[in-house]
Design a protein around this ligand. Structure first.
Ligand code: GDP
Length: 427
């Protein structure tokens, strides 16, 4: 059986923690999209880890971690990441890398940096990991698959062909040095040595695993609102963040995805530019940012302070719908325990009309939040294991959110650890 764990919002919902937790009963965990541009923070017995490429199940001995074909694979970063966890005493994880995954080339990172420089104040707030240039090349059919590292002659020939166009841009648009083919080729040969032990025909491996009844998790990066088709275009990421894409980015039959756990954050946070209707500012935002997540709401990859806001039921309802949610995991609820009152965004006012349907970007930019204010519970809910033991106002907040988003909240996360979870039977 395949379960997807994906985000409903802008990312940073706590997918890493939920995946790590569900991985206890899983055999295989797959990353199916995105790259090292975002991160998952995981707290467990070995310490605190920020993973960027590895799936969040790498901390168990019984699991196989897979980098699917849909991922933007930065090979040296993957190996640094493996080292960073084995250095802290985690047993060497079992890792497979799809032979069809494409490689983030050294020049992808440069193009990302140069383009952000060129756009200056109008930039997208990229993490400069080369992800947008990588996916552009993938779909322009000038990307490099892992499998291509193993035919040196063809590789060199293609590199010569591809760099012609890149060098024109480097010279004339960015005024930067041209790509050195020899140096790039040598770098790719280093990449080949690093990746060789892990290369695998992943879709064939998964086909067999499914026949054997294995439990498979798909771990998404970012959230619905960052999806290039259904998100806040163009303030999106370059690969699909939706569970449906899990089938493609891993190489699985779509009908095998039986459960879609959508992670919804009990308040909002976002990184990068773009419309954010329930955003808050000033001291109110600073306090939520300081108290948020596990040690504050700062980017796992960049350390940038995240933009903060109240729970947005309009965006979350849409985010869950577009994922095809079967279960909602409602996270970081413990963080809200300090508030006397908690505003929830229940509608958007656009040109004088209130709606609870999430609009396209041009309309979204005009939207003003319509709030309903709920009473806070004014206590620490960490450590609570049973739903009935939560304070009444806290349960009311959960049930209010559930009613507004229209999907069952079956898990409530009340702390960063694996054990900080309350299961709720609502069916
Ligand atoms: P992801 O990208 O969706 O995996 O999310 P991140 O890892 O970027 O952000 C989630 C942050 O919140 C991490 O620091 C987690 O350790 C932390 N976290 C996850 N769930 C909870 C929770 O229920 N309560 C608290 N306080 N922190 C949580």
């Amino acid at each position: 059986m395949v379960t997807a764990i994906v985000g409903a919002n802008w990312g940073d919902e706590g997918k890493g923690k939920i995946t790590d937790m569900l991985a206890e009963k899983a055999d295989i965990i797959i990353r199916f999209q995105g790259g090292a541009n975002a991160g998952h923070t995981i707290v467990n017995n070995y310490g605190k880890f920020a993973l960027h490429t590895l799936p969040s199940g790498v901390f168990y001995n019984h699991t196989t971690s897979i980098i699917g074909n849909g991922v933007a694979l930065n090979i040296p970063l993957l190996f640094q990441e493996i080292k960073s966890i084995t250095d802290k005493g985690v047993p060497a994880p079992k890792i497979l890398v799809s032979d069809r995954a494409q490689i983030v080339m050294p020049y992808h990172v440069l193009f990302d940096v140069y383009e952000e420089e060129r756009l200056a104040g109008k930039s997208f707030g990229s993490t400069k990991s080369g992800i947008a240039p990588f996916y552009s090349d993938k779909y322009a059919k000038i990307g490099f698959q892992v499998s291509e590292l193993f035919d040196e002659e063809l590789l060199r020939e293609k590199l010569e062909r591809v760099t012609v166009q890149k060098n024109v841009l480097l010279e004339h648009l960015y005024n930067k040095p041209a790509i050195d083919i020899e140096e790039t080729f040598n770098t790719l040969m280093e990449y080949k040595k690093m990746v060789e032990p892990y290369v695998c025909d992943v879709s064939a491996y998964l086909w067999k695993a499914l026949k054997e009844g294995k439990n498979i998790l798909l771990e998404g990066q970012l959230g619905s609102l960052k999806d290039p088709d259904h998100g806040i275009y163009p303030m999106v990421t370059s690969s699909s963040t939706l569970a449906a894409y899990g089938a493609i980015g891993a190489g699985l039959p779509p009908y095998e995805i039986k459960k879609i756990v959508t992670v919804v954050k009990a308040y909002s946070s976002a990184v990068g530019a773009g419309a954010f209707v329930s955003e808050i500012f000033g001291e109110e935002a600073d306090e939520l940012r300081r108290r948020g997540g596990d040690g504050g709401e700062y980017g796992a990859t960049t350390g940038r302070p995240r933009r903060m806001g109240w729970f947005d039921a309009v965006a979350s309802k849409y985010g869950c719908r577009i994922q095809g949610t079967t279960d909602v995991a409602f996270t970081v609820l413990d963080v809200l325990g300090y508030l006397d009152e908690i505003p929830v965004c229940v509608g958007y006012e656009i040109d004088g009309v209130v709606t609870d349907e999430f609009p396209t970007t041009t309309k979204l930019e005009k939207a003003k939040p319509v709030y309903e204010v709920l009473p806070g519970w004014k206590c620490d809910i960490r450590g609570i294991k049973k739903y009935e033991d939560l304070p009444e106002n806290c349960r009311k907040y959960i049930e209010f959110a559930e009613e507004k988003i229209g999907f069952p909240i079956t898990m409530i996360s009340n702390g960063p650890g694996r054990e900080d979870i309350i299961y709720r039977d609502v069916r």
